[in-house]
Structures are given as structure tokens and as C-alpha cells.
Design a protein around this ligand. Structure first.
Ligand SMILES: Cc1cc2nc3c(=O)[nH]c(=O)nc-3n(C[C@H](O)[C@H](O)[C@H](O)COP(=O)(O)OP(=O)(O)OC[C@H]3O[C@@H](n4cnc5c(N)ncnc54)[C@H](O)[C@@H]3O)c2cc1C
Ligand code: FES
Length: 284
């Protein structure tokens, strides 16, 4: 097998794909909560994606990617046997895995994939794991079976009610608490508003929360300052100090502003890429 080769690719939904990539050195070192930086080709953008799983014997790492812009569309256009130009990592600080007692692990959208390795490690450390998996609609709900296998309780929610409980992950959390579940710590990964409201609710319920932040990342090694976030009034770099931080202390509004800074340019970039990749067979 060649370095950075796609050993397996499985489409999990229309825009979400799972890749097993041959990267033995990373597979040997990876820990829950860390990420890699991928590049589609030599001129490609550096894109952070979470290490969802790894297999030291096979020498592979697993990532799950949601195509939302030019680079992630380019990734998900790749096929089994093709190569990623660069796979750098493992990066970021691993999550502190210990016995907390009962933990709520909350994933929203592709955040379910990102929270999976943490849930798995927390289960191995002897915690009771309650997983709350949220998606806009049934087709976008991924890894349900994998999460059920490592969880004591699994609750699925969809915004439109097409599967599981209708509503948001916060509704499910409140319901569990009203039903008498005592939760000692919560780990939340998903879109920024979801993490913000989930951490706020956990604070109200007296649950210590942790959220994995997703600012724009460039070098991923603490040099450029691009991934700057405010935590407890202090500047932190998500790529080296995180990406997981105490939820009560995160300035989610600032994070939201900073991640949305280049929306116009990102949309233009995707449009240009799509236009240049339209299949022209049969048009003439
Ligand atoms: C630590 C971390 C782990 C992540 N793990 C996953 C994962 O496992 N699976 C997954 O699908 N996505 C993951 N993401 C998000 C992923 O990096 C972005 O979706 C991707 O960079 C978007 O690039 P694009 O060119 O496709 O889209 P663009 O159109 O360029 O951007 C779309 C949005 O993605 C975000 N974004 C853009 N560039 C970057 C960048 N260089 N770094 C971070 N965010 C960016 C911005 O919020 C932007 O508005 C993770 C992000 C971080 C920070
Ligand atoms: S991405 Fe450059 S400092 Fe974190």
C-alpha cells in the first residue's frame, strides 16, 4: 500500500463519506480528540478533520468528511485507491480520558463522527456513556449502530421528526435529566450554536461540559494564530491548546463570528470549482 492511499471509501449519506487511509505512523500515535490536516492536491488548502478511528495493525486511520465547500467536495470526489497529497498528524491535544462517572456524549451532524472516538475511550475507562445523536433529518444521522455498541443509552433526535425524538439534542438532554439521569460530565461536538446552547444547558443542570471548537485552522501547530479562540477571557490556540475546551468558559459568539468571516469568498470558490467540474459529455 502507498502512503496516504485511500484503502476504503464508503458513502454514509449524500454528502458524508468515510475514508480509511493508509497512514501507519499516525495510526500508531493517534488518541481520542486529535485531528489530522489533509490536502487534496499539491496546491490544495490545508483542512483539519478529526481522527475518528485508527488501526495500528492495518496501518490505517479513519476520517469522516462532510462536503460543505470546495476542499471537502474535492476530498469526497476521491475514490478508493487514490491518494491524499498530504496527511499530517496527529495534531491537537488528546481529550483527558478518565472515570468521570456518567457522561453525556452529544454529537450534532458530522460531529457524531468526531465524538465517537471520545465516547469509545470514555466507555473503555469505565464510564456509563449516554449518547445523544442529533441531525437535521434521518438521512444525515450517521454511526448510530457504532454509537449504540459503545453506549449504555443512546437517544437519536431529528429536527424534522423523521427519526427518533423530534427536536434538538438539548430537548433530549433535558428529558433525560427530568427522567432522573444523573450526569457528571458532558462532551459536545457539532455546529457552534448547538455547542453553545448545549453547554449553557449543562451549566444550568450543574454538568461540567467540554466542547470541541472548530475555528479555521491553517498550520495546526500553534504558529499562525489563525485558530485563536477566547476561553475564560484568555486567548487559546485551538490547534495546540484544544480543540476541546471547558464549555462554560468558551466565547461561542466570537467563534461564530470568526468562522463566518470568509463566507462570501468560500461560496465563490465552491461555485468556481463546481463550474469547472461540470460534466460536458452530451452538451454539444
Ligand atoms: C479540529 C477540527 C476538526 C474537524 N473535524 C471534521 C471532521 O471530522 N469532519 C468534517 O467533515 N469536518 C471537520 N471539521 C470542519 C472542516 O475542517 C471544514 O468543514 C472544512 O475546513 C471546510 O473546508 P471547505 O473548503 O470544504 O469549505 P469552505 O467553503 O472553505 O468553508 C466552509 C466552512 O468551513 C470552515 N472552514 C473553512 N476552512 C477551514 C479550515 N481551514 N479549518 C477549519 N474550518 C474551516 C468555516 O467555518 C467555513 O465557513 C473540523 C474542523 C476542525 C477545526
Ligand atoms: S492553526 Fe495556526 S496557530 Fe492554530
Amino acid at each position: 500500500m502507498t502512503k496516504n492511499e485511500i484503502v476504503t471509501k464508503i458513502n454514509l449519506s449524500k454528502d458524508i463519506a468515510r475514508f480509511d487511509i493508509f497512514a501507519p505512523l499516525i495510526a500508531r500515535k493517534a488518541r481520542a480528540g486529535q485531528f489530522v490536516i489533509l490536502k487534496a492536491n499539491a496546491a490544495g488548502e490545508r483542512v483539519p478533520v478529526t481522527l475518528v478511528d485508527w488501526d495500528e495493525k492495518r496501518g490505517t486511520i479513519t476520517v469522516i468528511i462532510q462536503a460543505i465547500g470546495k476542499s471537502t467536495v474535492m476530498f469526497n470526489d476521491k475514490k478508493q485507491g487514490e491518494i491524499f497529497e498530504a496527511v499530517a498528524g496527529p495534531l491537537g491535544a488528546p481529550v483527558e480520558i478518565k472515570k468521570y462517572g456518567t457522561v453525556a456524549v452529544v454529537g450534532g451532524g458530522v460531529g457524531i463522527a468526531e465524538v465517537y472516538p471520545i465516547a469509545k475511550a470514555l466507555k473503555s475507562a469505565g464510564n456509563k456513556v449516554i449518547s445523544i445523536l442529533g441531525a437535521r433529518t434521518k438521512d444525515l444521522l450517521i454511526l448510530e449502530q457504532e454509537m449504540r455498541q459503545i453506549s449504555d443509552i443512546t437517544v437519536c433526535t431529528t429536527d424534522d421528526g423523521s427519526y427518533g425524538q423530534k427536536g434538538l439534542v438539548t430537548d433530549a438532554l433535558q428529558k433525560l435529566r427530568d427522567g432522573g439521569e444523573k450526569i457528571d460530565a458532558g462532551f459536545v461536538i457539532g455546529p457552534v450554536p448547538m455547542m453553545k446552547f448545549c453547554c449553557r444547558l449543562m451549566q444550568k443542570l450543574g454538568i461540567k461540559s467540554y466542547a470541541s471548537l472548530n475555528p479555521i485552522i491553517l498550520d495546526g501547530t500553534g504558529m499562525c494564530g489563525c485558530c485563536r479562540v477566547s476561553v475564560g477571557g484568555k486567548i487559546k490556540f485551538a490547534c495546540v491548546d484544544g480543540p476541546m475546551f471547558e464549555g462554560d468558559l468558551v466565547d461561542f459568539d466570537e467563534l461564530s463570528r470568526r468562522t463566518g468571516e470568509y463566507k462570501k469568498e468560500e461560496a465563490a470558490c465552491l461555485l468556481k470549482y463546481r463550474e469547472s467540474h461540470v460534466c460536458k459529455v452530451g452538451l454539444h
